[in-house]
Design a protein around this ligand. Structure first.
Ligand code: NAI
Length: 330
């Protein structure tokens, strides 16, 4: 199949080319994100392969359809950037990679958490400046702390196991609880309000949807324990950034780690070191010593990239062969 791969970087290209040796698709790599202003590039491609910050709204999808595109083979799990109703109306199929390595994202959440609580980001810089002092680097043990996980699907469950391994008391919140899983690791499902009020660390592992947009707003932040830590490796829109900054300024939150940001589109995955950050809220967040931001890299492990490439190309193969799309969305 002729596939136009958007928002593609060296690491994507490497993984897709390697996996494509088995599939023999015609891959063309484009650096820009797919949106209404770049959709023309996909003219003549039966399939497009967007990533998380591509914007496939109704206009973009109509342009794609006119250009002959019949499949959107998303190389990600979250599909909040695609207007599924419009795709359906236009007869464009949408497939995704529902699971590739829940470990990659859950482990990244803990990489961020440990960095934040043990202040290794600050220690690293000090030592490079030959400053071996310890003032200001006091952290806390994860052992014995309460870890609250909102969303207990594939990634949330891996995070819960890791948290239990550290000796945390693990609280869970999910409208579709998996009580057998919770029992197996000694964790407990509680109401979201209870989780927010009792957790020393709150980590988000649920999808972004109109229902979950700004789930963590000013009220939710106020309901969290003073000094608590918030980790978001899911989607930026789950957190109200303005309210988050206010909670940091007041000192209510002990720390925040973000692998995703509400307005990350156009910023994350780009090198803006020469032009600077135009987004004032993001710029403000980077000034707090207890805020750690990574550029949506939770998925970025060798294992996850190989699985993403394999499933994306398999989705395209199944579509071209007229087989039912196992990983269809919408
Ligand atoms: P999943 O579909 O296996 O699990 C999501 C869970 O969230 C489900 O159990 C669902 O019932 C629950 N949920 C839905 N609404 C909820 C609510 N209001 N409150 C609490 N729980 C709710 O998804 P998976 O694979 O665990 O991924 C979770 C999220 O992680 C994805 O939606 C995606 O946004 C994000 N993600 C981030 C990546 C990164 O690179 N940082 C990479 C992959 C996924």
């Amino acid at each position: 199949m002729k596939i136009a791969v958007f928002d593609s970087h060296h690491y994507d290209q490497q993984a897709l080319k390697l996996a494509n040796a088995r599939f023999g698709h015609q891959l063309q790599f484009f650096e820009p994100r797919l949106n209404a202003s770049t959709a023309l590039l996909a003219q003549g491609f039966e399939a497009v392969c967007p990533f998380v910050n591509c914007r496939l709204d109704a206009t973009t999808l109509a342009q794609l359809q006119q250009g002959g595109t019949r499949l959107v083979a998303l190389r990600a799990a979250g599909f909040n950037g695609i207007d599924l109703a419009a795709a359906k109306q236009l007869g464009i199929a949408v497939a995704r990679v529902p699971a590739y390595s829940p470990h990659a994202v859950a482990e990244h959440a803990f990489a961020l958490l440990l960095t934040l609580v043990r202040k290794t980001h600050r220690a690293y810089n000090r030592v490079r400046e030959a400053d071996f002092s310890l003032d200001g680097l006091v952290g806390f043990d994860l052992h014995g702390k309460t870890l609250g996980l909102i969303g207990t699907g594939k990634i949330g469950q891996v995070a819960a196991r890791i948290g239990a391994g550290f000796g945390c008391r693990v609280l869970l919140a999910d409208p579709q609880p998996d009580t057998a899983f919770a029992t197996s690791i000694g964790a407990h499902y509680v109401a979201r309000e209870t989780l927010l009020a009792e957790s020393d660390i709150v980590s988000l592992h649920l999808p972004l949807s109109p229902q979950t947009q700004h789930l963590i707003d000013a009220a939710a932040l106020a309901a969290m324990k003073p000094g608590a830590i918030l980790i978001n490796t899911s989607r930026g829109g789950l957190v109200d950034t303005g309210a988050l900054i206010a909670a940091l300024k007041s000192g209510h939150l002990g720390g925040v780690a973000l692998d995703v940001y509400e307005l990350e589109e156009g910023v994350f995955f780009q090198d803006l070191s020469a032009s600077g950050i135009a987004d004032d809220q993001l710029a403000r967040l980077t000034t707090f010593p207890n805020v750690l931001i990574t550029s949506h890299q939770g998925f970025l492990t060798r294992e996850a990239l190989a699985n993403i490439a394999e499933t994306t190309l398999e989705n395209a193969r199944a579509f071209a062969a007229g087989e039912p799309l196992r990983n269809a969305v919408g």
